[in-house]
Design a protein around this ligand. Sequence first.
Ligand SMILES: [Zn+2]
Length: 268
Amino acid sequence: MTTPPRRPRLALPFTILTERDTVRLVAGEDFRYTLTGPGLDGWLPAWLAGLDGRTLLAEAIARLPEAHRAAARQLADQLYGERVLIDGAASDAHTPAQVRLVPDGSAAWAIEWKPLGAGRPLPAFCQDRLDYEEALCFNCRCLDAGTAWLWASTGPMGRAYVSPLFLPDAGPCLSCLLNHFRRLSPAPELYDALTAHARGGGEVVPVAFPEPGIAIVQQLLLWKAALAAEPEPSSALYRLHVVESAPLEVTWHRVFVDPECPDCRSRR
Ligand SMILES: [Zn+2]
């Protein structure tokens, strides 16, 4: 399995102190790191401060003069190991784009749904059944094609999901999200059983969801498509929204990259 490309940024708001051949990173009283090496004070502070979580590590290293690149590579490994550097989130990699929501998938509520709008097509894979297999296949196709996309499902019946905007090159993918659900589930084996059933050609039966709830799901998808065009969108664009049908409630949740993800890790 290959290592996904790193897009580093400092994990904390460090104050960067320098002395001859020494660079210190200080965040509050409890986080202090001292790095030493010939001439480090001359280039490292500006280089670290420029790591924005969206530039690839290889690109950031290439911007340095040749003489500093080996040291930068080694320091980056060390600082990743100590969690001083972390990868940027999907929101760090946000590139504003005017998009037009294009519903895909077999959900009855999406078949006749023709959202208006102009711009680059943004697929929204819509489901009304727990067919994880077809959603994961769609996820892999988008990762392979380098396409951003959204997923929405009313398949859980008591609740519906509207995904974060999935990016092909940063942040979590649908497989990361479902792996997280699976870990939290009291019956994780059902995920495997449903996937095996669908993979074997078995039917996964659609379920009903209240009409007003479907309208909320559709509006959340449209809202996220509109946010995609904003240069500084609300962090909601990169969160999971859950529409609960019993309390009529919408909640939002952070979604993390699964470091063991079998789908995005090998494709980035
Ligand atoms: Zn993933």
